[in-house]
Write a protein that binds this ligand. Structure first.
Ligand code: IPE
Ligand code: IPE
Ligand code: MG
Ligand code: MG
Ligand code: MG
Length: 299
């Protein structure tokens, strides 16, 4: 099977598994308008790459995808919250996400901030209540997710991204080390956590988990390099979000520092690094195919 056919088949079986369950917590609650804003952003679509990576990582070490379903759901909550906040006027100021008006455009800024907060916290509540995992592994997963999502992970990366933007606008020089750090934190951390949570949910050995961590780190970098490339080369229709904005805002990106050719080379290298780590796992085929597919994605 080609990588593309494999990915199509995997998305076809795993995404419905995720989406069949992940709106349930919001069907009830004391603040229905808030729940509506949260479900709006969750339901708007999205590629569901993090939850799928998580479930495929569990499968890569011989477990079933269902074992990682709660972790996968928590990851998509965190990711969706990060997008809602990323789009706010005080951050990237975007009005289109997943092909629809952004959460703050549809519901207002205050409700959008709170929708993000609600998704972020629900992720941890959900994971803490995952009865499929013994308590020790649950704590492990909570720690990995907290570190990856928090101030030394995604939130830290977003902070550096904003600081970097202000510095390039002021005409200050930026270097490769700073770019790599921003990408490793703002996007790499959550992608790495996605495969690591899959490893924990799938009861991976210490060696398997280390391999998946390394692969996730490289995949995360590749993913953000491709996001940077697509901002410079793709269309709004394909992406479901505004494109061509990074340069004008002064974002520190791979195309800015290396040009498109250099960025594509770095993307290829990071993808190969990930695939090299995956090779020694018991069942790496689907994850390897997804890595190939992501490097060539056009949306
Ligand atoms: C967008 O992530 C933000 C980045 C970290 C680059 P995705 O490209 O995974 O967005 P969705 O979930 O498909 O909307
Ligand atoms: C976002 O990076 C990373 C997040 C943690 C949300 P970008 O700002 O480049 O993501 P897009 O291009 O808006 O999706
Ligand atoms: Mg951003
Ligand atoms: Mg953005
Ligand atoms: Mg981007």
């Amino acid at each position: 099977m080609s990588a593309e056919a494999q990915v199509k088949a995997d998305l076809g079986r795993l995404v419905p598994l995720l989406e069949g369950r992940f709106l349930l917590p919001f069907a009830q609650g004391e603040a229905p308008a808030l729940a509506a804003a949260m479900t709006y952003s969750l339901q708007a679509g999205g590629k569901r790459i993090r939850p799928v990576l998580c479930m495929l990582a569990a499968e890569a070490v011989g477990a079933g995808a269902e074992a990682a379903l709660t972790c996968a759901t928590a990851l998509e909550y965190i990711h969706t919250y990060s997008l809602i906040h990323d789009d706010l006027p005080a951050m990237d100021d975007d009005d289109l996400r997943r092909g629809k008006p952004t959460c703050h455009v549809a519901f207002g800024e205050g409700p959008a901030i709170l929708a993000g907060d609600g998704l972020l916290t629900e992720a941890f509540t959900l994971l803490a209540s995952d009865a499929d995992m013994p308590p020790s592994r649950r704590v492990d997963a909570l720690q990995v997710l907290g570190e990856a999502a928090g101030w030394r992970g995604m939130v830290g990366g977003q902070a550096l991204d904003l600081e970097g933007e202000a510095r390039t606008r002021a005409g200050e020089p930026v270097g490769m080390a700073e770019l790599q750090l921003i990408h490793r934190l703002k996007t790499g951390a959550l992608l790495r956590a996605s495969v690591e949570l899959g490893a924990i949910a799938g009861n991976a050995s210490r060696e398997e988990r280390a391999l998946l961590r390394e692969a996730g780190e490289a995949l995360g970098l590749a993913f953000q390099i491709q996001d940077d490339i697509l901002d410079a080369t793709s269309t709004e229709q394909a992406m479901g979000k505004r494109v061509g904005k990074d340069e004008g805002r002064g974002k520190i990106t791979y195309p800015l520092l290396l040009g498109l050719t250099g960025a594509r080379k770095a993307l290829q290298e990071a993808t190969e690094r990930a695939q090299c780590q995956l090779r020694s796992l018991p069942n790496p085929h689907s994850l390897t195919a997804l890595a190939t597919y992501l490097a060539g994605r056009s949306a």
